[in-house]
Design a protein around this ligand. Structure first.
Ligand SMILES: [Zn+2]
Length: 302
């Protein structure tokens, strides 16, 4: 409880300075873990996760880069300004060129900004469904992938490889989780599907709840020891995946019951609550919209 209060105080106080940031051991404790709320969204930060493997956060969004003997692999470029800062951070570690930029999904808050790397010779890699979205709705700062793949994909460069793991539609239809081969492949880079210790944002845009739960179960079944998160705390214990999966499942059960019991539709967002998850960051703010999204799911089947 003391640490919960501490975490809340740290959030209220604004950005977490390095001395206050949770240690790796604290971040890797299982859910519910108050340390997962002690993160900063100010400025940028580069953290060495393992030999050759670095997390890079720009304001509230995180990506990573992997240094190999033949060059660098970058995950999401985040945006043109973030990509410039990222390029400078990579230069502090190695002079080798960026050879690949890999998109984790098609969303505009993660993937613009690859031009700076493409201009220096990098190739852009993404699931083929992402390319379809960019063709359909072009964004001036999103570089079209030159290498696409229909399922999962293994990207090799120099002395390393990254597995791009595709689980079908869940949050959009081109999302991949990434498994770099460092330290026996124990890390997964996961964007959006879960944010440790937090409730899903608002009306859960672009999520298919059934497929979301299925994908999280499939990710849980893989041998994973730590998540590198696209938002929120840098590293988390794999129970952060189960925490999100259990929340969505509980939401679906509670909303279904309210519908089956004949509760008036407009009462459902006001009355359906999940007190066992009230500890989660953003719960009070988002529970109504979360419930509405599941109501929609039971209305349209998706
Ligand atoms: Zn996101």
């Amino acid at each position: 409880m003391k640490s919960l209060v501490l975490a809340a105080a740290m959030l209220a106080a604004g950005p977490v300075v390095a001395a206050d940031a949770p240690s790796r051991a604290e971040m890797l404790k299982p859910a519910p873990n108050p340390a997962w709320s002690a993160f900063s969204v100010k400025g940028h930060q580069t953290e060495k996760i393992a030999e050759d493997f670095y997390a890079f956060r720009y304001t509230g969004t995180r990506t990573f880069f992997l240094v190999t003997t033949e060059g660098v692999i970058v995950a999401d470029p985040i945006g043109p300004t973030a990509a410039k800062v990222l390029r400078d951070e990579i230069r502090k570690v190695t002079n080798l060129p960026v050879k690949y930029v890999v998109y984790s999904l098609e969303h505009w808050d993660h993937v613009p900004g690859a031009k700076i790397f493409k201009d220096e010779g990098a190739q852009v890699v993404a699931h083929e469904n992402c390319a379809k979205h960019f063709k359909d709705l072009p964004h001036p700062d999103i570089v079209m992938p030159g290498i696409t793949f229909p399922g999962s994909y293994e990207l090799r460069l120099g002395n390393h490889k990254i597995d791009l793991l595709y689980f079908g539609p869940n949050h959009g239809d081109c999302m991949v989780a990434m498994r770099p081969d460092v330290e026996g492949g124990k890390y997964r880079f996961i964007v959006d599907l879960m944010t440790p210790g937090g409730a899903p944002m608002a009306y859960m845009p672009d999520y298919s709840p059934h497929h979301w739960v299925r994908s999280l179960k499939e990710i849980e079944a893989l041998n994973v020891e730590a998540i590198v998160n696209g938002h929120g705390i840098t590293l988390s214990h794999p129970s952060s995946i189960s925490e999100r999966r259990r929340y969505v499942e509980a939401l679906m059960v509670a909303v279904k019951k309210a519908i089956d019991d004949g509760m008036p539709p407009n009462d459902i967002p006001e009355k359906v609550r999940l007190p066992e998850f009230a500890y989660m960051r953003g719960y009070e703010q988002y529970i109504r919209d979360n419930v509405r999204r599941i109501q929609t799911c039971y209305g349209i089947g998706w």
